[in-house]
Design a protein around this ligand. Structure first.
Ligand code: ADP
Length: 397
């Protein structure tokens, strides 16, 4: 038995979960928020009981120490000292080309993560901070990095290159890296197991629809293409991010309309996607408005689903015959209407949704296709924290 703490450190937050391995039982999960913002908060769930506490959390070290204190609370018998946490699995967003696999963290690995700050300026610096702090608070634990990009390192050159001047790749590493890899990897494996196929033989299209969204073409268990690129901005329509757009739009706005690059950047990242199209980035709100026959919301949802449909076509062309398409994350798991609109008129591709099964809500993996659909349509709940714990455990075992 091994206790593994998974942490996902953001600029002002630490998301955490403690797992008992190898059975994958989640003992605690929670969130430290508003770090460095005056009064912060920790909220967590232990044995189904919810707790929260507001207090000053000036920095990440204080935040993680607080997590340790909660874990050591004698009432719950989780751990009696920080030394009982065997390993910490860190979510690290960008691994560039340096990391194809989950990796034990040493000083060399830390240097490389630092070198990648430029590729993920919002994510890698806080992830790095999380590592430094965890090394102090849980000094005996093995620190492990699990990269969002690692699963997509199997992309072949024809898929990961942009048609830009070659030196941009050679000198600056400009290429497709892809993201949400931990989720795509997890749902691909779990879905293959559900279908009774060996994971390394599964041909799947995995569709991760959260606030950020991406798809992966999975052939023989490996990612061969994905919709996010060098940064998490391309591909699908997202909550506030634009997805695919003609880069010429940027120059038009700058040269003809006087927009600064900073303004365009902010617009593409925070003011576009569903928010830009319909004023709401939450798909639940959009869905309600669609039910009320609001045209603006309907068009936004049409655009959202049409983009996914186009990628399905592209990925079937890339993979060849597929076993299943897999919906996951907040929208993918919960939105029957999105799944329905995406799968409409795809019978000729062997994809046929069962309207009744599609509307049944369940927290576990399920099939929502008609019985004789050649391609299965699965709804597979993702669990990135568990996957990080799994990867960490496999590495240490
Ligand atoms: P994150 O990318 O932050 O991890 P999640 O995977 O939790 O996000 O997904 C968040 C998204 O899921 C939000 O846009 C939310 O509106 C959407 N969502 C959650 N439940 C539903 C639902 N029942 N119908 C439609 N969208 C939903």
């Amino acid at each position: 038995m091994m206790k593994i703490l998974v942490i996902n450190t953001g600029s002002s937050s630490i998301k955490f979960a403690l797992f008992q391995m190898p059975n994958g039982h989640e003992l605690v999960s929670g969130l430290v928020e508003q770090i460095g913002e005056g009064i912060g908060a920790i909220s967590l769930e232990i044995n189904g009981e919810k707790h929260s506490e507001k207090l000053e959390i000036p920095n990440h070290q204080r935040g993680l120490t607080l997590v340790g204190t909660w874990l050591m609370n004698p009432k719950y018998h989780l751990i009696s000292s920080p030394d009982e946490v065997h390993a910490i699995g860190h979510r690290v967003v960008h691994g560039g080309e340096s990391f194809q696999e989950t990796t034990v963290i040493n000083s060399e690995v830390k240097e490389k993560i630092k070198e990648l700050f430029g590729l993920a300026p919002l994510h890698n610096p806080p992830n790095y901070e999380g590592i430094e702090v965890a090394e102090k608070v849980f000094a005996k634990a093995t620190q492990v990095a699990v990269f969002d990009t690692a699963f997509h390192q199997s992309l072949p050159p024809k898929a990961f290159h942009y048609a830009l001047p070659k030196y941009l790749y050679a000198d600056y590493g400009v290429r497709v890296y892809g993201f949400h890899g931990t989720s795509h990897r997890y749902v691909a494996r779990v879905s293959a197991q559900y279908l009774g196929i060996e994971p390394q033989k599964a041909n799947l299209i995995t569709i991760h629809l959260g606030n950020g969204a991406s798809m992966a073409a999975v052939k023989n268990g490996k990612s061969i293409d994905t919709s996010l690129g060098m940064t998490p901005l391309s591909g699908l329509v997202m909550g506030t991010r634009v997805g695919d757009v003609d880069p010429g739009v940027i120059f038009y706005l700058e040269e003809e309309r006087g927009y600064s690059i900073q303004k365009v950047k902010n617009m593409l990242n925070r003011e576009s996607g569903m928010k830009g199209l319909a004023g709401d980035n939450d798909l639940r709100a959009i869905t309600e408005r669609v039910a009320n026959k609001e045209e603006e919301a309907q068009l936004a949802l049409d655009i959202y689903c049409y983009r996914i449909k186009k990628y399905i076509g592209a990925y079937i062309a890339a993979i060849g015959p597929i076993h299943a398409i897999v919906f996951t994350a907040g929208v993918g798991e919960n939105s029957a209407i999105v799944r329905q609109m995406v799968c409409e008129e795809m019978t000729h591709l062997g994809i046929e949704l069962d309207q009744t099964k599609n509307t049944i809500r369940l927290d576990e993996i399920r099939e929502v296709n008609v019985a004789d659909s050649r391609v299965k349509i699965l709804v597979t709940p993702t669990n990135e924290e568990l996957e990080i714990a799994n990867q960490t455990y496999q590495l240490l075992k």
